[in-house]
Write a protein that binds this ligand. Structure first.
Ligand code: AMP
Length: 267
């Protein structure tokens, strides 16, 4: 019998705001333990969590696309301001307009949801004008239904870990970026976490892969988020959002993982 895959999604909220979320694709016999792990993550927010929602839905196995993870580069920069300059440079290199990139960074810095809080999902940003394109600026777009293929999950995690990328955030962000980079009309993704202790962020582009920047945010900052830059001339927003939210994608192989390198624009 062919395996049955499930989309497992968790979201935790408290004090009137989104606290954390996670997306997995699991086989039936893994669902209970994976859900327990995600619930544990959802309640680990210093007593702030008021509710955790977990959803388990079967997927059409025939609709699942399989792909390779993006190549990984890691840039070590002197401080988070240099990190932002590098992010700007990488975004401009792949065709994002300077003011569009700068506007998106300002929005993430201030809290991109109305009232300056953190969004539950990603902003969609016109790569030239910088205009926000998502329907709901508090929710944004949740990229969902993607994971490492259960058949090679342990081997891929071991590969990442062997390359010094053991943090669960890295694997999850790499998977998310891998899905985003195959989206129709995507020019680039920019991300830094809302976790005040996790300072590494990234820029992902179809040509440059997944480029980690350490650090990309200031220690202690509770704001973070994601900006997905969309080609202004190739906007089928409904198709893009449908792909990001609904198309199941499993990753079966790692890309090339380059050793960390220093980057500085100081003279
Ligand atoms: P994290 O890397 O989990 O700290 O997430 C950083 C920010 O990225 C969150 O505050 C959300 O705004 C956004 N985000 C997290 N998960 C997703 C997702 N699955 N799809 C789109 N945006 C997300």
């Amino acid at each position: 019998m062919s395996p049955v895959y499930y989309s497992l999604r968790m979201r935790a909220a408290g004090a009137g705001r989104h606290l954390s979320g996670a997306e997995r694709i699991v086989l039936a016999d893994q669902a209970a333990s994976a859900a327990a792990q995600l619930v544990a993550r959802g309640i680990a927010h210093g007593g702030q969590t008021a509710e955790v929602h977990c959803t388990l839905e079967p997927l059409d196995a025939g609709a699942i696309r399989r792909s390779r993870l993006p190549d990984v580069r890691t840039w070590q920069v002197p401080d988070w301001r240099a990190g932002r300059r590098l992010a700007l440079t990488l975004l401009m290199e792949c065709g994002v307009g300077e003011s569009a990139a700068a506007r998106a960074m300002q929005a993430l810095d201030r809290g991109a949801a109305p009232g300056g809080s953190v969004m539950r999902g990603a902003m969609l940003v016109d790569a030239q004008s910088g205009e926000r394109l998502e329907d709901d600026p508090a929710r944004g777009v949740r990229v969902s239904r993607m994971d490492l293929d259960p058949a090679c999950r342990d081997a891929l995690l071991a590969t990442l870990s062997g390359a010094g990328l053991a943090h669960h955030r890295t694997a999850e962000a790499l998977v998310l970026a891998g899905k985003v980079l195959h989206a129709p009309g995507i020019v680039a993704e920019l991300c830094w976490s809302d976790d005040p202790g996790y300072l590494t962020g990234y820029v992902a582009t179809p040509a440059g892969g997944y480029q980690r920047i350490c650090p990309l945010k200031q220690a202690g900052d509770r704001r973070g988020g994601r900006a997905l830059f969309v080609d202004a001339g190739n906007r089928s927003l409904n198709g893009l959002v449908d792909y990001l939210e609904s198309q199941p994608v499993l990753f079966t192989a790692a890309g090339t993982i380059h050793p960390p390198r220093p980057w500085s624009d100081a003279p």
